[in-house]
Design a protein around this ligand. Structure first.
Ligand code: PEP
Ligand code: MN
Length: 301
Protein backbone atom coordinates (compact mmCIF):
# COMPACT_ATOMS: atom_id res chain seq x y z
CA UNK A 1 0.00 0.00 0.00
CA UNK A 2 1.31 3.45 -0.89
CA UNK A 3 0.58 5.52 2.18
CA UNK A 4 2.25 8.88 1.44
CA UNK A 5 2.47 9.60 5.13
CA UNK A 6 3.75 13.01 6.12
CA UNK A 7 7.04 13.46 7.94
CA UNK A 8 5.99 13.97 11.54
CA UNK A 9 9.40 13.20 12.93
CA UNK A 10 9.40 15.89 15.61
CA UNK A 11 5.97 15.00 16.91
CA UNK A 12 7.01 11.38 17.08
CA UNK A 13 10.57 11.68 18.26
CA UNK A 14 9.68 13.94 21.14
CA UNK A 15 7.18 11.58 22.56
CA UNK A 16 8.74 8.16 22.64
CA UNK A 17 6.89 7.45 25.84
CA UNK A 18 3.59 7.84 24.00
CA UNK A 19 3.94 4.73 21.87
CA UNK A 20 0.88 3.45 23.59
CA UNK A 21 -2.09 5.19 21.91
CA UNK A 22 -4.02 5.11 25.16
CA UNK A 23 -1.59 7.68 26.60
CA UNK A 24 -2.03 11.39 26.00
CA UNK A 25 0.42 14.27 26.30
CA UNK A 26 -1.42 16.36 28.87
CA UNK A 27 -0.44 19.88 29.83
CA UNK A 28 -1.53 22.66 32.11
CA UNK A 29 -3.51 25.74 31.05
CA UNK A 30 -4.04 28.16 33.94
CA UNK A 31 -4.18 25.29 36.43
CA UNK A 32 -6.45 23.13 34.25
CA UNK A 33 -5.21 19.86 32.78
CA UNK A 34 -5.81 19.57 29.03
CA UNK A 35 -5.49 15.98 27.88
CA UNK A 36 -6.06 14.52 31.36
CA UNK A 37 -8.46 11.76 32.25
CA UNK A 38 -11.42 14.18 32.66
CA UNK A 39 -12.89 16.21 29.79
CA UNK A 40 -12.07 19.91 29.86
CA UNK A 41 -14.76 22.45 28.95
CA UNK A 42 -13.81 25.84 27.49
CA UNK A 43 -16.75 28.17 26.96
CA UNK A 44 -17.53 31.81 26.37
CA UNK A 45 -18.61 34.34 23.77
CA UNK A 46 -17.68 34.20 20.12
CA UNK A 47 -16.28 37.70 20.44
CA UNK A 48 -15.41 39.95 23.34
CA UNK A 49 -17.69 42.95 22.80
CA UNK A 50 -17.46 44.81 26.13
CA UNK A 51 -16.29 44.31 29.71
CA UNK A 52 -19.86 43.93 31.01
CA UNK A 53 -20.83 41.34 28.37
CA UNK A 54 -17.64 39.33 28.95
CA UNK A 55 -17.89 39.39 32.75
CA UNK A 56 -21.56 38.47 32.51
CA UNK A 57 -20.84 35.41 30.35
CA UNK A 58 -17.72 34.43 32.29
CA UNK A 59 -19.67 34.44 35.55
CA UNK A 60 -22.30 32.19 33.98
CA UNK A 61 -19.61 29.96 32.45
CA UNK A 62 -17.95 29.53 35.82
CA UNK A 63 -21.23 28.87 37.62
CA UNK A 64 -22.06 26.24 34.98
CA UNK A 65 -18.85 24.40 35.93
CA UNK A 66 -16.73 25.05 32.83
CA UNK A 67 -12.96 25.19 33.30
CA UNK A 68 -11.67 27.87 30.93
CA UNK A 69 -13.08 30.93 29.18
CA UNK A 70 -12.99 31.44 25.41
CA UNK A 71 -13.46 34.74 23.59
CA UNK A 72 -12.15 36.29 20.39
CA UNK A 73 -10.60 39.74 20.17
CA UNK A 74 -9.06 39.29 16.71
CA UNK A 75 -11.92 37.89 14.68
CA UNK A 76 -11.44 36.22 11.30
CA UNK A 77 -14.49 37.58 9.45
CA UNK A 78 -15.49 36.68 5.92
CA UNK A 79 -16.48 40.27 5.16
CA UNK A 80 -14.00 43.07 5.79
CA UNK A 81 -17.00 45.20 6.86
CA UNK A 82 -18.03 42.89 9.71
CA UNK A 83 -16.94 43.53 13.32
CA UNK A 84 -13.26 42.61 13.47
CA UNK A 85 -12.86 42.39 17.25
CA UNK A 86 -11.62 44.79 19.92
CA UNK A 87 -7.94 43.91 19.56
CA UNK A 88 -5.70 44.71 22.52
CA UNK A 89 -8.56 46.40 24.37
CA UNK A 90 -10.31 43.02 24.26
CA UNK A 91 -7.23 41.32 25.70
CA UNK A 92 -7.31 43.77 28.59
CA UNK A 93 -10.96 42.95 29.16
CA UNK A 94 -10.22 39.21 29.19
CA UNK A 95 -7.36 39.72 31.64
CA UNK A 96 -9.61 41.80 33.92
CA UNK A 97 -12.34 39.15 33.75
CA UNK A 98 -9.77 36.47 34.61
CA UNK A 99 -8.82 38.54 37.62
CA UNK A 100 -12.49 38.68 38.71
CA UNK A 101 -13.46 35.07 38.03
CA UNK A 102 -10.21 33.11 38.21
CA UNK A 103 -10.93 31.60 34.77
CA UNK A 104 -7.95 31.31 32.42
CA UNK A 105 -8.71 32.03 28.77
CA UNK A 106 -8.02 30.93 25.22
CA UNK A 107 -8.13 33.49 22.42
CA UNK A 108 -7.26 33.53 18.74
CA UNK A 109 -4.14 35.05 17.22
CA UNK A 110 -4.21 35.58 13.45
CA UNK A 111 -1.12 37.62 12.74
CA UNK A 112 2.45 36.43 13.37
CA UNK A 113 3.32 40.00 14.38
CA UNK A 114 0.80 39.82 17.22
CA UNK A 115 1.85 36.51 18.80
CA UNK A 116 4.03 38.31 21.31
CA UNK A 117 1.20 40.70 22.26
CA UNK A 118 -1.49 38.02 22.58
CA UNK A 119 0.90 35.77 24.53
CA UNK A 120 1.38 38.49 27.14
CA UNK A 121 -2.30 38.16 28.08
CA UNK A 122 -3.64 34.74 27.05
CA UNK A 123 -3.31 31.37 28.77
CA UNK A 124 -3.72 29.50 25.47
CA UNK A 125 -3.33 30.65 21.86
CA UNK A 126 -5.97 29.63 19.35
CA UNK A 127 -5.09 29.10 15.70
CA UNK A 128 -8.36 29.47 13.81
CA UNK A 129 -9.60 27.27 11.03
CA UNK A 130 -8.72 29.84 8.38
CA UNK A 131 -5.16 30.11 9.69
CA UNK A 132 -4.32 26.42 9.96
CA UNK A 133 -1.93 26.70 7.03
CA UNK A 134 -0.57 30.13 7.82
CA UNK A 135 2.93 28.72 8.16
CA UNK A 136 4.69 31.85 9.45
CA UNK A 137 1.99 32.06 12.17
CA UNK A 138 2.48 28.40 13.09
CA UNK A 139 6.22 28.97 13.35
CA UNK A 140 5.79 32.04 15.54
CA UNK A 141 3.35 30.26 17.84
CA UNK A 142 5.81 27.35 17.96
CA UNK A 143 8.43 29.74 19.31
CA UNK A 144 6.11 31.00 22.04
CA UNK A 145 5.77 29.17 25.30
CA UNK A 146 1.99 29.23 25.37
CA UNK A 147 -0.18 26.13 24.90
CA UNK A 148 -1.80 26.08 21.47
CA UNK A 149 -5.32 25.15 20.36
CA UNK A 150 -4.88 24.22 16.71
CA UNK A 151 -8.18 24.20 14.85
CA UNK A 152 -8.62 22.10 11.78
CA UNK A 153 -8.83 23.96 8.49
CA UNK A 154 -12.36 23.50 7.20
CA UNK A 155 -11.13 21.70 4.10
CA UNK A 156 -8.08 20.06 5.57
CA UNK A 157 -7.22 16.40 5.61
CA UNK A 158 -5.94 14.72 8.74
CA UNK A 159 -2.43 14.64 7.23
CA UNK A 160 -2.45 18.40 6.52
CA UNK A 161 -3.66 19.07 10.04
CA UNK A 162 -0.91 16.95 11.57
CA UNK A 163 1.67 18.70 9.39
CA UNK A 164 0.41 22.01 10.81
CA UNK A 165 0.96 20.60 14.32
CA UNK A 166 4.43 19.53 13.21
CA UNK A 167 5.22 23.16 12.25
CA UNK A 168 4.41 24.22 15.82
CA UNK A 169 6.23 21.29 17.46
CA UNK A 170 9.30 21.80 15.25
CA UNK A 171 9.97 25.14 16.97
CA UNK A 172 9.90 23.52 20.39
CA UNK A 173 6.30 24.04 21.49
CA UNK A 174 4.72 20.67 22.12
CA UNK A 175 1.73 21.73 24.16
CA UNK A 176 -0.73 21.49 21.31
CA UNK A 177 -4.39 20.47 21.41
CA UNK A 178 -6.07 19.62 18.12
CA UNK A 179 -9.57 21.04 17.67
CA UNK A 180 -12.10 19.59 15.24
CA UNK A 181 -14.62 22.32 14.33
CA UNK A 182 -16.50 20.92 11.37
CA UNK A 183 -15.61 20.66 7.71
CA UNK A 184 -17.28 22.02 4.60
CA UNK A 185 -20.00 19.81 3.19
CA UNK A 186 -23.29 20.22 1.43
CA UNK A 187 -25.28 21.01 4.56
CA UNK A 188 -24.54 24.72 4.59
CA UNK A 189 -27.02 26.55 6.71
CA UNK A 190 -29.96 24.42 5.68
CA UNK A 191 -29.68 22.57 8.96
CA UNK A 192 -26.09 23.09 10.07
CA UNK A 193 -23.13 25.28 9.26
CA UNK A 194 -20.60 22.50 8.76
CA UNK A 195 -20.26 18.75 8.98
CA UNK A 196 -18.86 17.67 12.36
CA UNK A 197 -16.24 15.03 11.59
CA UNK A 198 -16.39 12.79 14.63
CA UNK A 199 -14.74 10.05 12.56
CA UNK A 200 -11.44 11.85 12.92
CA UNK A 201 -11.12 11.58 16.71
CA UNK A 202 -10.00 7.96 16.93
CA UNK A 203 -7.42 8.19 14.11
CA UNK A 204 -6.04 11.37 15.69
CA UNK A 205 -5.71 9.66 19.01
CA UNK A 206 -3.80 6.84 17.34
CA UNK A 207 -1.64 9.10 15.23
CA UNK A 208 -0.43 11.46 17.95
CA UNK A 209 -0.47 11.77 21.72
CA UNK A 210 -2.02 15.24 21.42
CA UNK A 211 -5.29 16.00 23.21
CA UNK A 212 -8.31 16.27 20.92
CA UNK A 213 -10.91 18.99 21.51
CA UNK A 214 -14.19 19.40 19.62
CA UNK A 215 -15.93 22.71 18.88
CA UNK A 216 -19.60 21.82 18.37
CA UNK A 217 -20.54 25.50 18.00
CA UNK A 218 -18.82 26.31 14.70
CA UNK A 219 -19.50 22.75 13.56
CA UNK A 220 -23.26 23.23 13.83
CA UNK A 221 -23.90 26.97 13.79
CA UNK A 222 -27.12 26.33 15.73
CA UNK A 223 -27.13 26.44 19.50
CA UNK A 224 -29.95 23.89 19.69
CA UNK A 225 -27.68 21.23 18.17
CA UNK A 226 -24.75 21.87 20.48
CA UNK A 227 -25.69 19.74 23.49
CA UNK A 228 -26.26 16.57 21.45
CA UNK A 229 -23.03 17.09 19.49
CA UNK A 230 -21.12 17.78 22.71
CA UNK A 231 -22.26 14.50 24.20
CA UNK A 232 -21.48 12.67 20.95
CA UNK A 233 -17.98 14.20 20.83
CA UNK A 234 -17.16 13.12 24.36
CA UNK A 235 -18.50 9.62 23.70
CA UNK A 236 -16.34 9.47 20.57
CA UNK A 237 -13.16 10.11 22.57
CA UNK A 238 -12.65 13.88 22.72
CA UNK A 239 -10.62 15.23 25.64
CA UNK A 240 -12.76 18.33 25.81
CA UNK A 241 -15.02 20.89 24.19
CA UNK A 242 -14.74 24.48 23.00
CA UNK A 243 -18.23 25.98 23.15
CA UNK A 244 -19.77 29.36 22.45
CA UNK A 245 -22.12 30.56 25.16
CA UNK A 246 -24.31 33.59 25.72
CA UNK A 247 -24.96 35.51 28.92
CA UNK A 248 -28.24 35.42 30.85
CA UNK A 249 -29.75 38.68 29.58
CA UNK A 250 -28.50 38.50 26.04
CA UNK A 251 -30.49 39.83 23.10
CA UNK A 252 -29.12 37.72 20.28
CA UNK A 253 -29.96 40.40 17.74
CA UNK A 254 -27.46 42.70 19.48
CA UNK A 255 -24.51 40.29 19.13
CA UNK A 256 -21.96 41.23 16.51
CA UNK A 257 -20.79 37.69 15.77
CA UNK A 258 -22.27 34.17 15.52
CA UNK A 259 -25.51 35.18 17.23
CA UNK A 260 -27.23 31.83 16.62
CA UNK A 261 -24.51 29.63 18.09
CA UNK A 262 -24.12 30.55 21.74
CA UNK A 263 -25.79 28.18 24.19
CA UNK A 264 -27.58 29.50 27.28
CA UNK A 265 -26.03 28.77 30.67
CA UNK A 266 -28.46 25.99 31.59
CA UNK A 267 -27.48 24.00 28.50
CA UNK A 268 -23.81 24.56 29.32
CA UNK A 269 -24.46 23.33 32.86
CA UNK A 270 -26.05 20.13 31.48
CA UNK A 271 -23.00 19.52 29.28
CA UNK A 272 -20.48 20.14 32.07
CA UNK A 273 -22.48 17.90 34.43
CA UNK A 274 -22.34 15.08 31.88
CA UNK A 275 -18.61 15.65 31.32
CA UNK A 276 -17.86 15.71 35.03
CA UNK A 277 -19.28 12.23 35.40
CA UNK A 278 -17.17 10.62 32.73
CA UNK A 279 -13.58 9.71 31.99
CA UNK A 280 -12.13 10.37 28.56
CA UNK A 281 -12.53 6.97 26.86
CA UNK A 282 -9.39 5.17 25.74
CA UNK A 283 -9.23 4.83 21.96
CA UNK A 284 -10.22 1.52 20.47
CA UNK A 285 -7.56 -0.46 18.66
CA UNK A 286 -9.10 -1.11 15.30
CA UNK A 287 -9.36 2.18 13.41
CA UNK A 288 -7.60 3.25 10.24
CA UNK A 289 -5.29 0.29 9.75
CA UNK A 290 -3.31 2.12 7.06
CA UNK A 291 -2.60 5.13 9.21
CA UNK A 292 -1.83 3.02 12.23
CA UNK A 293 0.52 0.73 10.32
CA UNK A 294 2.41 3.63 8.83
CA UNK A 295 2.69 5.49 12.07
CA UNK A 296 3.53 2.61 14.30
CA UNK A 297 6.29 1.03 12.20
CA UNK A 298 9.11 2.41 14.27
CA UNK A 299 7.78 5.91 13.88
CA UNK A 300 7.36 6.64 17.55
CA UNK A 301 10.84 5.48 18.34
C1 PEP B 1 -13.66 30.87 16.81
O1 PEP B 1 -13.54 29.87 17.51
O2 PEP B 1 -13.84 31.98 17.30
C2 PEP B 1 -13.59 30.75 15.35
C3 PEP B 1 -13.54 31.82 14.57
O3 PEP B 1 -13.61 29.48 14.92
P1 PEP B 1 -13.10 28.84 13.53
O4 PEP B 1 -11.70 29.33 13.30
O5 PEP B 1 -13.19 27.38 13.79
O6 PEP B 1 -14.06 29.31 12.46
MN1 MN C 1 -17.68 32.22 16.55
Amino acid sequence: MNLHLPDLSILRRCWTRYQDPTTTHSFDVAGVSVGGSRPVIMAGPCAVESFEQTLNIATAVKAAGAHLLRGGVYKPRTSPYSFQGLGEEGLEILAAVRQETGLGFVTEVMDPRLVEQVSRYADMLQIGSRSMQNFPLLTEVGLSHKPVLLKRGWSSTLEEWLCAAEYVAKEGNRNIALCERGIRASCHWSYARNLLDLNVIQPLRHATPLPVIVDPSHATGQWTLVEAMSRASLAAGAHGLLIEAVGPDVRREDLQCDAEQGIPADVLAAITAAARNMEVPVPTATVTPGLRAGLSAGSWA
